[in-house]
Write a new protein. Sequence first.
Lengths: 215, 215
Amino acid sequence: MDPIITAFASAPDRGRGLARDFRVRWALEELGQAYQVRLLSFAALKEPGHRELQPFGQIPTLEVDDVAVFETGAIILHLAQRHPGLLPVGTAARARALSWMFAAVSTIEPPIVERSMAAMLERDKPWFAERMPMLDERIHRRLDELAAHLGGSEWLDGAFSAGDLMVVDVMRRLSGSGLLEAHPSVAAYIARAEARPAFQRAFEAQRAVFEARGA
Amino acid sequence: MDPIITAFASAPDRGRGLARDFRVRWALEELGQAYQVRLLSFAALKEPGHRELQPFGQIPTLEVDDVAVFETGAIILHLAQRHPGLLPVGTAARARALSWMFAAVSTIEPPIVERSMAAMLERDKPWFAERMPMLDERIHRRLDELAAHLGGSEWLDGAFSAGDLMVVDVMRRLSGSGLLEAHPSVAAYIARAEARPAFQRAFEAQRAVFEARGA
């Protein structure tokens, strides 16, 4: 049986691959694993059936054999431990890839999500103009630190890994924000990752869901 | 050689164990592993030596044999994969523990940190009174979802695991906020975890750092 992931039936990003199923699709493509997708309406996310798989009513989830996993980091790690291609073999290098996977969701993503939410929910608030530069500053600091680590390297630590995949994917939400332009080496790093054939296949697959809706 | 972790020489929490080294100390105690601590000043965090271990200039880090790890989730997972006591043996149960470890830092912690930062940095801003209830509401939703998952269970999924350790630790920052009082089953779950001997040993160890400063 192919693994089954869940995704939004109707993603709010108009086919730009910004929902969190995207990074799991990308990982499955990097690992050469076929998969099936169960599309869920926003109402279905909150129903007990899905809550049993995902206590917070989010996507994506992964079901494979008798295993059910939630949270993109856990899903990608579970897959990468079972199929070669996204984790180095040595203990020390694997520990560093793991560090980057957690850094993606724990250190880099939160200020980016906070900024997206403010842009969406607080745009009409009187404080928006004063608060936004504070949020931008926190993101710039992270991007500076990432650029310093990357230096002239192609990837974060040797070969492309699940750490790169997750760090790049959390930064993709900055596209269009104008923030990446101040960090050309980070922008080039994201572009290198997006040029990978597995990224392209995952992107087309999620885009087909949007296009099938005839929107 | 014992593993070496890093921690703040002068934590801003006055010995309450809220800095992120605490959850690694707790994990090491649960696993019965002795460890050493290298205390760092705030200035030392930003120096190239520490940045090589931790690109974002944070604590904690872990060095053991030739392995260097950063991010609490990665550190705890690395240790729990090598010593028994914090991860179930079966594939399906282990995948669920992994899901909770990522949920802790990716889904539960960000709104809690955002609220702490607002309470610290935005208290004098004109928008504080209107914005705080929005932040509280996001945290209440997560706590409701957690309570629904827990039901009458002692732990999240069978025996106490690294998932429980991380979920509990990210919620400890809510102590004193008044938010936990609306979720008695979650508060009881945190209290059960804090009563564990390993938690107590870790708490005393970090408190000794504060007390040694003569503050």
